[in-house]
Design a protein around this ligand. Sequence first.
Ligand code: C5P
Length: 235
Amino acid sequence: MIRLAVILPAAGTGSRMRTETPKPYLRLKGATILEHTIRNFLRVDGLVQIVIATSNQWMSQAQSIASSFKSDTITVDVVEGGSERQFSIHHALQSLDDHVNMVAVHDAVRPFITTSLVELCCTEARDHGGAIVAVPAKDTIKRVDAKGFIQETPKRSTIWQAQTPQIFQRPLLERAYKKAIAEDYFGTDDASLVERIGGKVKVIAGDRRNLKITFPIDLRVAEMILEEGSFDVPQ
Ligand code: C5P
């Protein structure tokens, strides 16, 4: 039986957004981005715990959001984040309930994830070890050297852009984090830590609406998606 916890890293400073308020606490149509994100997880089959990692100054705000989502079946906890996303998630891993057997990591600033995509990702992760949501690269990707010259152009049909959720069997993710932290390895996503200990990770075709709100333009797009309910974005 799946007993899933979702870790929501929300401790970023939002420097690329150029706002005082960090991105998860910016409001979109009456609710914070973090609240929109949490709402989309509440109906996920097997969800038993939500852990929000946030910066020290935003703990009380996160606590009050957490209390508003607690229920008889779902516990919602808040932990202090770290200076890097990876540290924020590492802290959150320490506060998982004992009975949790699958762990999802989902950026707090991706409010348009759907219940069905999380559930599909979770069953694939249960069967294979790990699974992540991703979209095929729409641009051609170049590997460039320090002087700005192209070194390699990987075949675009094999390139995917990793999003979240990234879901793993709990022992696999815990081992991956333990090793990365011990060896001072930093990855830009969770799957990369699992890959380096030999874990198998399946890629699930996701949805371009699952954008990570990063730049001011992303907020405008997010408002449009919320206004239109369904915003037709082809693969
Ligand atoms: O900055 P980036 O786009 O990588 O942030 C992705 C998510 O990780 C955001 O929800 C952000 O709040 C979170 N984060 C974090 N701790 C950090 C940096 C980012 O929880 N030190």
